[in-house]
Ligand binder design. Structure first.
Ligand SMILES: [Zn+2]
Length: 320
């Protein structure tokens, strides 16, 4: 049995740990499914004490999380001063087949595993054709990695303007559509589901319309949505059935502006009740991935564990 088949089997298995919320049919309730499958992104797992990717996945699994998002980069980070601490990760170009097999085995303990392409230094809509080609290459390396790891959901940042030049908006959108189409053709062939993360509504809407496939949609980052001026529940309603993944973000707003990736209890911007109600109304079942920032890996896991409890109760209350 492949790791992917093992994961599917576990997903289908009835709940044992928290039977109170099981339906009569033995299917998982939405709250139970969220609790068991929500994951943490490596983009919020800084190697502050020298942890490797395998150490980090082990810590997340031991904390009882059933989900994991891999950002295949070893050059991104979210904390650290005066210099940024690198997250756990990898560089696909030097990540051998043997290492891929080992990682695939290590990730088999999760019910949900997703890949989110790196965003630093890439722009698939760059005005520079060489830069566009390199960005596209790195995105396709994420798709190849997904096949090697048995991961079926891969999401990307769409492209944007290039610093120092103002291109027509349609030209930027067309580059994003071109990649989405190419990637969707790959996804059809290999059974993947893809999406652009929020984002520009204009670009994502146009890309989804151009692809016309259930295999291409949107990764709804709740924080990016509200900070962009369109509430996440509005994204769900305006792109019905097109959410392929959700980044559970948390945003504080004060006189200085927005601060995202906060512990959930510091959120004063996102209406989680409204977002989850919209997602549940259209039957969205995941993947959900936490993007909450901690001081190190144990702290991030702790912050995500508390958020998981809070949101599980919320979903439970919405579905009773
Ligand atoms: Zn995100």
């Amino acid at each position: 049995m492949t790791p992917q088949q093992k994961r599917r089997q576990r997903e289908a298995a009835p709940a044992k740990a928290r039977p109170r919320s099981e339906g009569k049919s033995g299917h998982l309730s939405p709250a139970e499914r969220f609790y068991r499958t929500v994951g943490i992104s490596t983009h919020f797992l800084p190697s502050a004490h020298g942890e490797s990717l395998l150490d980090a996945s082990d810590l997340v699994a031991r904390a009882g999380f059933g989900g994991f998002e891999l950002v295949p980069a070893d050059f991104q980070g979210v904390i650290g001063s005066p210099t940024t601490i690198r997250n756990v990760g990898l560089w696909p170009r030097t990540f051998s087949q043997r290492e891929r097999a080992r990682l695939r085995d290590a990730l088999a303990c999760f019910r949900t595993v997703t890949i989110h392409a790196p965003h630093l230094g890439v722009n698939i809509a760059s005005i520079n054709p060489g830069w566009r080609a390199e960005s596209r290459r790195q995105y396709f390396e994420c798709l190849e990695l997904a096949l090697d790891l048995g991961v079926s959901t891969v999401t990307f940042h769409h492209g944007g303007q290039t610093q120092g030049f103002i291109a027509p908006e349609q030209e930027v959108t067309d580059h994003c559509i071109a990649f989405a189409r190419e990637a969707t053709a790959f996804a059809r062939k290999h059974g993947l589901t893809l999406g652009y993360e929020v984002g520009s509504f204009r670009i994502i809407d146009a890309s989804i319309r151009a692809c016309r496939s259930r295999r291409f949609g949107v990764n709804l980052d709740m924080g990016h949505a509200v900070m962009g001026g369109l509430a996440p529940e509005e994204w769900v309603k305006r792109l019905p059935g097109k959410t392929v993944e959700v980044h559970v973000n948390s945003v504080t707003k004060d006189w200085s502006g927005f601060i995202e990736h906060q512990p959930l209890d510091r959120n004063n911007v996102i209406d989680y009740g409204a977002v989850f109600a919209a997602l549940l109304a259209e039957g969205f079942r995941g993947p959900y991935i936490f993007e909450l920032r901690g001081l190190d890996i144990p702290d991030t896991i702790d912050i995500c564990s508390r958020a998981r409890e809070t949101l599980t109760k919320l979903i439970d209350s919405l579905t009773r």
